[in-house]
Write a protein that binds this ligand. Sequence first.
Ligand code: SAM
Length: 389
Amino acid sequence: MRTNDAQILVLCTLADGPLHGYAINTAIERLSGRSLGAGSLYGALSRLEAKGFVEPLEGPGRRRPVRLTEEGRAVLEREAHAMARVTERVFETAAPDPVAYLDRVAGSGTGRHYKSVMLELLGLASGLSVLDLGCGPGTDLAALAEGVAVTGPGSGSGPGPGSGPGLVSGPVSGTRTAPGPVSGTEAGARETIAPGTVLGIDADEEMVTRARERTAGLGTVEVLHGDAGMLPLGDATADRARTDRVLQHVEDPGTVLAEARRVLRPGGRLVMGEPDWDSLAIDHPDLEISRAYTRHITDRIVRNGVVGRQLARLAADAGFLVPDVVPVTSLFRDVRAADEILGLHRGTERAVAAGYLTEGAARSWLDHLENGDFLAAVTLYVVVAEVPR
Ligand SMILES: C[S@@+](CC[C@H](N)C(=O)[O-])C[C@H]1O[C@@H](n2cnc3c(N)ncnc32)[C@H](O)[C@@H]1O
């Protein structure tokens, strides 16, 4: 950059023809929503003139119009192209903030679709209790609360003070069969969950904080910091549970399933939505490059990259009945939309660093994704698991 913000603004306003100082400032206000102080405006003008980017025309004092010189117009065009390159960039190169990323997925067409499938299969009803295991920043807690809300006088549902008093309390009768409560977290004190309420649990403190902020107005929602593999609840105390892209990350999905089986009542239901990253199919003329890219994700990036296809078997092994398996395939025809969810550029860089792709293959891959006809698809499995009655 050879110019600062004030100078660029002045150059922009002169693109269509000469203007004097006051008119320049009016045009800047139209462009940016704020005018410059007199010192900044005339400082910018005199520096631009000294650099030979603008020149004065005939006129009295400050009402003398100025115009762009050829050099000034060339500078303006270069700056405009540089900005266009930034805004038109196809791939996001920096990793997004984790909460912003989860919000982005939830707001995308693909996210809204599979989450609505999961919600329907949960079969929520007034007065049921529900657990969101790995609730993240509280993405789905409000929808769950709405699904189990108890209406009517004295129900205690609807907006209320944030901490969710009375949602869970202890101890309950019955013997714990699972390991004790999560040490060092507040999750330890809980044993039961009240009807018509939602309990979110997440292992990440930042996520718990955000989830609590987002549900502060919901008196029937509580969020605890804890491990989905060691739930702070007694046996057969909850009616519904869900995991949404959580089992792909945990150390042992079988442990989480066993815990969900333990805390759900007979007839209780667990709905899981987990991707199968081996199903990621991205079209490229060289099939081996596509395969290597996908293999890198399942081998190195996601801990349990193929858990989606394993869910039905793992649930059966944990003692659940499995009445429903619903594959939800997301199809992307727009590379920018795909990149926002899949992080294609960052994934490619990591695949090169890990030796799955050569530099040449990566260049060919990204060039085709950016400029060729784009198609990508990946399948997430939604699996319903029920505790036998
Ligand atoms: C991909 S995010 C999904 C969050 C949320 N379910 C959603 O759909 O937006 C996975 C979440 O699982 C949490 N998580 C990972 N391992 C966990 C564990 N063992 N116990 C509880 N939460 C866990 C992470 O902290 C993260 O918030």
